[in-house]
Design a protein around this ligand. Structure first.
Ligand code: SF4
Length: 369
């Protein structure tokens, strides 16, 4: 087949939300219902083998197959925590980069999956293992979605069934995680269009059918894209990785703060349209002697009250080469108590998988075994 004859050439089919896939099919002279069939194969049945998509005409399948390869993620390293059964997986993209995803059984009985949005991260947070990785590159929407498909297949192979699937179809999607958090490698709002497209696919009732209220996007503070995300997906929860209560300290920890200081980001969050469904949380990594004072706790509580935000205080989990340490237990508890007395809704959370390289980006920097 010549390149000119194939209208699907170079189309990244796995990255296209349903309306965009339909538009592509129509532009190619194919009936719209064929795109619906393909979307179902890709994002409900999670099929990646063209030969199995038997209700698509063979000629169409040949053309689709000759288009760009579907995003494939190959597991190269897997570790399961003996402490909390969380599972960290390094996945290689088809262009040879390593990303991480984590599947975490929670105390509630639900399963949360942590997703990566980029290879490495250019935000340069001083306490973050991902920031030290040399390669930095956006993931496609298809590569984001494929992490979820991978978790579904793993759960299905283990015989797990976590809920019904649109159309009543039994298959790997019935083993999907309950919650998704974009807290893995990368700054999701630095890869906005792929994030929005991935959310379109994940929340599509004819696709993965996730409730947006079960998805949380975490940002270090890319203020210019907060409103754009909220406009595209108003019910997706937002987490702000705050981690310091003064600009002085935050400027040092998180370079993004030099362009978007704390007050500016608070104002951006305050300006979001009111939405009773969207939850805002602060993620606060507790670093010994850096951000763990009682004054920090009171300032944190004050900001949380202003934004009606819940605080997750997460004692730092030191990784090899990190310049920071976890505070003493008594300091951690005092911090939480002071913040709570000052009116914060706050939960002390431990990083999952502390025995298997809990820091995001830590495993991806290791060599496969
Ligand atoms: S903490 Fe998040 S935003 Fe900061 S460098 Fe790491 S991955 Fe990027």
């Amino acid at each position: 087949m010549t390149e000119q004859a194939n209208p699907f050439l170079n189309a990244d089919l796995l990255s296209l939300p349903r309306p965009a896939l339909k538009a592509l099919f129509q532009a190619a002279g194919e009936p719209g219902f064929r795109s619906e069939q393909l979307f179902r194969w890709l994002h409900v049945r999670l099929e990646r083998d063209w030969a199995r998509m038997t209700d698509l005409p063979a000629g169409l399948r040949t053309k689709l197959q000759a288009a760009r390869t579907l995003a494939v993620l190959t597991p190269t390293l897997e570790r399961v925590s003996a402490l909390d059964a969380s599972q960290k997986i390094v996945l290689n993209t088809d262009d040879g980069h390593a990303i991480e995803t984590v599947i975490m059984p929670m105390e509630s009985g639900h399963v949360t999956q942590c997703l990566s949005s980029q290879v490495g991260c250019k935000m340069g947070c001083d306490f973050c293992a991902t920031a030290r990785l040399p390669v930095r590159q956006n993931l496609s929407a298809g590569q984001i979605v494929e992490q979820v498909a991978y978790a579904c297949r793993v759960g299905f192979a283990l015989g797990l069934r976590r809920g019904g699937v649109a159309g009543g179809e039994e298959g790997p999607l019935s083993a999907r995680p309950h919650n998704l958090v974009f807290m893995g490698m990368g700054e999701p709002l630095d890869n906005l269009q792929a994030l929005i497209d991935a959310l379109d696919i994940l929340c599509d009732p004819k696709g993965f059918d996730f409730s947006p209220r079960r998805i949380t996007v975490s940002t270090s503070g890319v203020a210019k894209n907060v409103a754009k995300l909220a406009a595209a997906h108003p019910n997706v929860n937002l987490a702000w990785s705050l981690t310091a209560t003064t600009d002085d300290v935050r400027d040092r920890l998180m370079p993004v703060n030099r362009g978007v200081p704390i007050r500016k980001m608070v104002d951006v969050l305050l300006e979001l349209p009111q939405n009773a469904h969207r939850k805002i949380t602060f993620e606060y990594a507790l670093l010994k002697g850096v951000n763990d004072t009682e004054d920090d706790a009171r300032r944190l509580a004050s900001m949380a009250r202003e934004l009606n935000a819940h605080v997750n205080a997460i004692p730092f989990n030191a990784w090899p080469g990190a310049d920071y340490q976890r505070p003493e237990r008594v300091v951690i508890q005092r911090f939480v108590d002071v913040a709570r007395r000052a009116g914060a809704s706050i939960t002390l959370r431990e990083s999952k998988g502390q025995d298997i390289g809990a820091a995001c980006g830590q495993l991806a920097g290791e060599k496969p075994v």
